[in-house]
Write a protein that binds this ligand. Structure first.
Ligand code: ADP
Ligand code: MG
Length: 232
Protein backbone atom coordinates (compact mmCIF):
# COMPACT_ATOMS: atom_id res chain seq x y z
CA UNK A 1 0.00 0.00 0.00
CA UNK A 2 1.29 3.43 -0.87
CA UNK A 3 0.01 6.29 1.20
CA UNK A 4 -0.76 9.69 -0.29
CA UNK A 5 -0.85 11.20 3.20
CA UNK A 6 0.88 10.14 6.39
CA UNK A 7 0.67 11.70 9.81
CA UNK A 8 3.04 11.02 12.67
CA UNK A 9 2.05 11.83 16.23
CA UNK A 10 -0.11 14.63 14.92
CA UNK A 11 -1.34 16.83 17.76
CA UNK A 12 -3.39 20.01 17.88
CA UNK A 13 -4.02 21.64 21.21
CA UNK A 14 -6.40 24.59 21.41
CA UNK A 15 -6.23 27.01 24.31
CA UNK A 16 -9.63 28.18 25.45
CA UNK A 17 -10.16 30.19 28.67
CA UNK A 18 -6.78 29.02 29.95
CA UNK A 19 -7.66 25.38 29.39
CA UNK A 20 -5.99 23.02 26.94
CA UNK A 21 -8.23 21.13 24.53
CA UNK A 22 -6.50 18.20 22.85
CA UNK A 23 -8.58 18.36 19.67
CA UNK A 24 -6.22 15.93 17.92
CA UNK A 25 -3.97 13.82 20.10
CA UNK A 26 -0.86 12.02 18.76
CA UNK A 27 -2.60 10.64 15.67
CA UNK A 28 -0.46 8.46 13.41
CA UNK A 29 -2.20 7.25 10.26
CA UNK A 30 -1.87 6.59 6.53
CA UNK A 31 -4.38 7.63 3.87
CA UNK A 32 -4.00 5.02 1.11
CA UNK A 33 -3.85 6.19 -2.50
CA UNK A 34 -6.84 5.66 -4.80
CA UNK A 35 -9.00 4.31 -1.99
CA UNK A 36 -11.95 5.69 -0.07
CA UNK A 37 -11.10 6.38 3.54
CA UNK A 38 -13.68 7.45 6.10
CA UNK A 39 -13.00 9.18 9.39
CA UNK A 40 -15.85 8.65 11.80
CA UNK A 41 -16.58 9.66 15.36
CA UNK A 42 -18.98 11.68 17.45
CA UNK A 43 -19.33 15.42 17.22
CA UNK A 44 -16.32 17.05 18.87
CA UNK A 45 -14.03 14.03 18.43
CA UNK A 46 -11.53 16.01 16.33
CA UNK A 47 -12.44 15.00 12.78
CA UNK A 48 -12.59 18.49 11.28
CA UNK A 49 -9.45 19.57 13.10
CA UNK A 50 -7.64 16.54 11.67
CA UNK A 51 -8.82 17.38 8.14
CA UNK A 52 -7.75 21.02 8.54
CA UNK A 53 -4.29 19.87 9.62
CA UNK A 54 -3.96 17.35 6.80
CA UNK A 55 -4.89 19.97 4.20
CA UNK A 56 -2.55 22.59 5.65
CA UNK A 57 -5.36 24.92 6.72
CA UNK A 58 -4.32 24.62 10.37
CA UNK A 59 -0.88 24.17 11.90
CA UNK A 60 -0.19 21.30 14.30
CA UNK A 61 1.06 21.86 17.84
CA UNK A 62 3.20 18.77 17.38
CA UNK A 63 3.91 15.96 14.93
CA UNK A 64 4.39 15.62 11.19
CA UNK A 65 2.25 15.57 8.05
CA UNK A 66 3.56 14.10 4.81
CA UNK A 67 1.64 14.74 1.62
CA UNK A 68 2.78 12.93 -1.51
CA UNK A 69 6.22 12.48 0.10
CA UNK A 70 6.54 16.21 0.89
CA UNK A 71 6.62 17.48 4.44
CA UNK A 72 3.52 19.67 4.67
CA UNK A 73 3.58 21.02 8.22
CA UNK A 74 6.79 22.99 7.67
CA UNK A 75 5.89 24.35 4.20
CA UNK A 76 5.37 28.07 3.61
CA UNK A 77 1.79 29.33 3.44
CA UNK A 78 2.27 29.97 -0.28
CA UNK A 79 3.44 26.41 -0.95
CA UNK A 80 0.52 25.03 1.05
CA UNK A 81 -1.88 27.21 -0.92
CA UNK A 82 -0.48 25.89 -4.20
CA UNK A 83 -0.59 22.32 -2.96
CA UNK A 84 -4.28 22.74 -2.06
CA UNK A 85 -5.06 24.36 -5.40
CA UNK A 86 -3.29 21.69 -7.44
CA UNK A 87 -3.77 18.50 -5.47
CA UNK A 88 -6.88 18.75 -3.28
CA UNK A 89 -10.56 19.07 -4.14
CA UNK A 90 -12.81 20.12 -1.26
CA UNK A 91 -16.45 19.20 -0.72
CA UNK A 92 -18.32 20.75 2.21
CA UNK A 93 -21.48 19.96 4.16
CA UNK A 94 -23.06 23.25 3.07
CA UNK A 95 -21.90 22.84 -0.58
CA UNK A 96 -20.01 26.17 -0.68
CA UNK A 97 -21.33 27.34 -4.05
CA UNK A 98 -21.35 31.01 -4.97
CA UNK A 99 -25.01 32.07 -5.13
CA UNK A 100 -24.75 34.49 -8.06
CA UNK A 101 -22.90 32.06 -10.33
CA UNK A 102 -24.58 29.27 -12.29
CA UNK A 103 -23.46 25.65 -12.07
CA UNK A 104 -20.89 25.87 -14.87
CA UNK A 105 -19.42 29.12 -13.52
CA UNK A 106 -19.16 27.62 -10.04
CA UNK A 107 -17.32 24.59 -11.40
CA UNK A 108 -14.95 26.93 -13.26
CA UNK A 109 -13.91 29.00 -10.23
CA UNK A 110 -10.87 26.92 -9.15
CA UNK A 111 -9.76 26.69 -12.79
CA UNK A 112 -9.84 30.49 -13.09
CA UNK A 113 -7.72 30.64 -9.95
CA UNK A 114 -5.17 28.58 -11.89
CA UNK A 115 -5.39 31.01 -14.85
CA UNK A 116 -6.50 28.22 -17.16
CA UNK A 117 -7.44 29.42 -20.65
CA UNK A 118 -11.10 29.57 -21.54
CA UNK A 119 -11.17 26.70 -24.00
CA UNK A 120 -9.52 24.21 -21.66
CA UNK A 121 -11.66 25.51 -18.80
CA UNK A 122 -14.93 25.07 -20.70
CA UNK A 123 -14.03 21.57 -21.74
CA UNK A 124 -13.12 20.56 -18.18
CA UNK A 125 -16.28 22.17 -16.77
CA UNK A 126 -18.53 20.38 -19.27
CA UNK A 127 -16.76 17.08 -18.75
CA UNK A 128 -17.11 17.32 -14.95
CA UNK A 129 -20.79 18.34 -15.05
CA UNK A 130 -21.46 15.56 -17.50
CA UNK A 131 -19.70 13.10 -15.22
CA UNK A 132 -21.94 13.99 -12.24
CA UNK A 133 -25.02 13.82 -14.49
CA UNK A 134 -25.88 17.52 -14.55
CA UNK A 135 -25.66 18.44 -18.23
CA UNK A 136 -29.28 19.63 -18.03
CA UNK A 137 -28.50 22.03 -15.18
CA UNK A 138 -25.39 23.93 -16.34
CA UNK A 139 -27.10 27.32 -16.33
CA UNK A 140 -28.98 26.89 -13.08
CA UNK A 141 -27.95 28.92 -10.06
CA UNK A 142 -27.66 27.20 -6.67
CA UNK A 143 -31.14 28.35 -5.51
CA UNK A 144 -32.59 26.70 -8.63
CA UNK A 145 -31.03 23.34 -7.68
CA UNK A 146 -31.94 20.74 -5.05
CA UNK A 147 -29.50 20.03 -2.23
CA UNK A 148 -28.34 16.84 -3.92
CA UNK A 149 -27.80 18.67 -7.20
CA UNK A 150 -25.85 21.41 -5.43
CA UNK A 151 -23.60 18.78 -3.87
CA UNK A 152 -23.09 17.21 -7.31
CA UNK A 153 -22.02 20.63 -8.63
CA UNK A 154 -19.58 20.84 -5.71
CA UNK A 155 -18.20 17.39 -6.60
CA UNK A 156 -17.89 18.46 -10.25
CA UNK A 157 -16.01 21.57 -9.10
CA UNK A 158 -13.60 19.40 -7.13
CA UNK A 159 -13.26 16.93 -10.02
CA UNK A 160 -12.61 19.58 -12.72
CA UNK A 161 -9.28 20.43 -11.11
CA UNK A 162 -8.20 16.79 -11.50
CA UNK A 163 -7.05 16.59 -7.89
CA UNK A 164 -5.16 13.69 -6.39
CA UNK A 165 -7.50 13.62 -3.41
CA UNK A 166 -11.00 14.79 -2.65
CA UNK A 167 -11.61 15.75 0.96
CA UNK A 168 -15.20 15.94 2.10
CA UNK A 169 -16.34 17.08 5.55
CA UNK A 170 -19.80 15.63 6.30
CA UNK A 171 -20.84 15.74 2.60
CA UNK A 172 -24.24 14.16 3.35
CA UNK A 173 -24.91 16.12 6.53
CA UNK A 174 -27.53 18.41 4.97
CA UNK A 175 -29.14 15.84 2.70
CA UNK A 176 -31.97 13.37 3.22
CA UNK A 177 -30.94 9.72 3.54
CA UNK A 178 -31.68 8.72 -0.04
CA UNK A 179 -29.95 11.76 -1.59
CA UNK A 180 -27.05 11.17 0.76
CA UNK A 181 -26.68 7.65 -0.62
CA UNK A 182 -26.49 8.97 -4.19
CA UNK A 183 -23.70 11.35 -3.17
CA UNK A 184 -21.75 8.56 -1.46
CA UNK A 185 -22.24 6.35 -4.51
CA UNK A 186 -20.90 9.18 -6.68
CA UNK A 187 -17.81 9.55 -4.47
CA UNK A 188 -17.33 5.77 -4.61
CA UNK A 189 -17.49 5.88 -8.44
CA UNK A 190 -14.98 8.70 -8.42
CA UNK A 191 -12.48 6.45 -6.66
CA UNK A 192 -13.23 3.41 -8.83
CA UNK A 193 -13.34 5.14 -12.23
CA UNK A 194 -11.10 8.21 -11.89
CA UNK A 195 -8.41 6.76 -9.62
CA UNK A 196 -8.85 9.62 -7.19
CA UNK A 197 -8.34 9.22 -3.45
CA UNK A 198 -11.32 10.16 -1.29
CA UNK A 199 -11.14 11.16 2.36
CA UNK A 200 -14.58 11.54 3.88
CA UNK A 201 -15.47 12.74 7.34
CA UNK A 202 -18.83 11.47 8.44
CA UNK A 203 -21.03 9.91 11.03
CA UNK A 204 -23.15 8.35 8.31
CA UNK A 205 -23.13 4.51 8.63
CA UNK A 206 -23.59 4.21 4.85
CA UNK A 207 -20.21 5.85 4.26
CA UNK A 208 -18.60 3.37 6.63
CA UNK A 209 -20.01 0.51 4.51
CA UNK A 210 -18.76 2.02 1.26
CA UNK A 211 -15.30 3.00 2.46
CA UNK A 212 -12.24 0.81 1.99
CA UNK A 213 -10.76 1.95 5.28
CA UNK A 214 -12.49 3.43 8.31
CA UNK A 215 -10.70 5.33 11.06
CA UNK A 216 -12.58 5.87 14.32
CA UNK A 217 -11.84 8.97 16.40
CA UNK A 218 -12.79 9.55 20.02
CA UNK A 219 -11.78 12.59 22.12
CA UNK A 220 -9.00 13.47 19.69
CA UNK A 221 -7.57 9.96 19.65
CA UNK A 222 -7.48 7.49 16.80
CA UNK A 223 -9.03 4.47 18.51
CA UNK A 224 -9.59 1.97 15.71
CA UNK A 225 -8.87 1.37 12.03
CA UNK A 226 -10.88 -1.14 10.01
CA UNK A 227 -10.27 -2.33 6.44
CA UNK A 228 -13.35 -3.31 4.43
CA UNK A 229 -12.06 -5.93 2.06
CA UNK A 230 -15.37 -6.32 0.20
CA UNK A 231 -15.24 -2.87 -1.44
CA UNK A 232 -13.33 -1.36 -4.34
P1 ADP B 1 -15.57 17.19 14.98
O1 ADP B 1 -15.30 17.69 13.60
O2 ADP B 1 -15.24 15.74 15.18
O3 ADP B 1 -16.96 17.49 15.42
P2 ADP B 1 -13.74 19.28 15.82
O4 ADP B 1 -12.44 18.93 15.18
O5 ADP B 1 -14.53 20.36 15.19
O6 ADP B 1 -14.60 17.96 16.01
O7 ADP B 1 -13.46 19.71 17.33
C1 ADP B 1 -12.65 18.94 18.21
C2 ADP B 1 -12.55 19.63 19.56
O8 ADP B 1 -11.79 20.83 19.43
C3 ADP B 1 -13.88 20.05 20.14
O9 ADP B 1 -13.82 19.89 21.54
C4 ADP B 1 -14.00 21.50 19.77
O10 ADP B 1 -14.82 22.19 20.68
C5 ADP B 1 -12.56 21.96 19.83
N1 ADP B 1 -12.26 23.06 18.89
C6 ADP B 1 -12.40 23.01 17.54
N2 ADP B 1 -12.00 24.16 16.97
C7 ADP B 1 -11.61 24.98 18.00
C8 ADP B 1 -11.09 26.31 18.08
N3 ADP B 1 -10.87 27.04 16.97
N4 ADP B 1 -10.79 26.81 19.31
C9 ADP B 1 -10.98 26.07 20.42
N5 ADP B 1 -11.46 24.81 20.41
C10 ADP B 1 -11.77 24.26 19.22
MG1 MG C 1 -16.60 18.51 12.20
Amino acid sequence: MTAIIQTKNLTRIYQLDGEDINAVNAVTLDIPREKMTAIVGRSGSGKTTLLNLISGLDVPTNGEIWFDNDRLDTMSEQDKRLLRLNKIGFVFQSFGLLPLLDASENVGVPLRMRYMDQQERNSRVNEALDWVGLTQRVHHRPYELSGGEQQRVAIARALASRPQIIMADEPTGQLDTHTGYTIIALLRRLVNEQNITALIITHDPKVMQEADLVYHMSDGNLVESVWNTSNG
